[in-house]
Design a binder for this molecule. Structure first.
Ligand code: AMP
Length: 277
């Protein structure tokens, strides 16, 4: 497994056999089984797999957790070696954003609601770094988790609009046995908060059950989700949404494909989860 922060070495490795296919899994590190499931999907469909580990500062707002974001490079590398990864790109900020850097990559409409409303500068950072990673690695396919549902929609829009020759593959959410979506940020939760965090899954289950049971008024479903979050003392609701699964426009009447999603702060940890019906 080659581990490098050098763009020339990445390019040299990637193009050593020009006809080979490469799968790319971009991550911010502190890897868990969700990340490894993307690696496995990439391995199954490509000759080689590249993983990037980079906590991208441009997708964090000044008040967010950039400085405290969990990091453990040695553990991550051991997991990736075990998973059979071929290339790991671990750039520094100076390599990604050298002095004089001044370019932006912005997707408009689908970045505005949900996470974009709560984190107005977030997606501009995500599209910028992913565009750079695509140009540096030039993968055949790129793997992203449904865990970050809006991110998959934003990046698919960017790939289509800017004609990136990359096939986007979206992989299912991996969960802990009790239903909590795996996330690097789960590390922040103490044991009471970890228990309280199950409220996200409970709210989604209730919402999906409501529409499956015949409820068609989207606001009634959103209200049920809000009530479930409100009943958990450690939880503070950011948003609940029942939106069209690709435009992200809030629904009045339930219609599939729909994205049920929510963001909730438990203690000091902001968690997101979603389900598509
Ligand atoms: P991150 O390191 O949080 O930026 O995540 C890197 C990639 O892993 C993103 O495409 C995420 O959507 C994906 N991912 C994170 N958590 C999970 C999960 N529980 N299941 C599947 N994919 C995930």
């Amino acid at each position: 497994m080659i581990v490098t922060d050098d763009i020339d070495q990445v390019r040299h490795t990637r193009w050593a056999s020009p006809s080979a296919t490469w799968g790319l899994v971009p991550t911010m590190g502190y890897l868990h089984e969700g990340h490894i499931s993307l690696v496995q999907a990439a391995k199954a469909a490509n000759d080689y797999v590249a993983v990037t580990i980079y906590v991208n500062p441009t997708q964090f707002a000044p008040h967010e957790d950039l400085a405290s974001y969990p990091r453990d490079l040695q553990r991550d590398l051991a997991l990736l070696r075990q998973a059979g990864v071929d290339l790991v790109f671990t750039p520094s900020d100076a390599i990604m954003y050298p002095a004089g850097f001044q370019t932006q990559v912005a997707v408009t409409e689908v970045t505005r609601p949900l996470e974009g409303a709560a984190r107005p500068t977030h997606f501009a950072g995500v599209t910028l770094v992913v565009a750079k990673l695509f140009n540096i690695i030039q993968p055949t396919r790129a793997y992203f988790g449904q865990k970050d549902a809006q991110q998959t929609i934003v990046l698919q829009r960017m790939v289509q609009d800017l004609n990136f020759p990359v096939q986007m593959v979206i992989c299912p959410i991996l969960r802990e046995p009790d239903g909590l979506a795996m996330s690097s940020r789960n590390k922040y939760l103490n044991s009471a908060e970890r228990q309280a965090a199950l409220v996200l899954r409970r709210a989604l289950d209730a919402a999906v059950a409501a529409v499956r049971g015949g409820e068609t008024v989207a606001e009634v479903v959103r209200q049920q989700m809000r009530a479930i979050i409100a009943a958990e003392p450690l939880a503070k609701l950011d948003y609940v949404s029942l939106a069209h699964a690709t435009t992200l426009v809030e629904l009045e009447e339930f219609a599939s494909p729909a994205l049920f999603s929510l963001a909730v702060t438990i203690g000091r940890t902001r968690l997101i989860d979603n389900e598509v019906v």
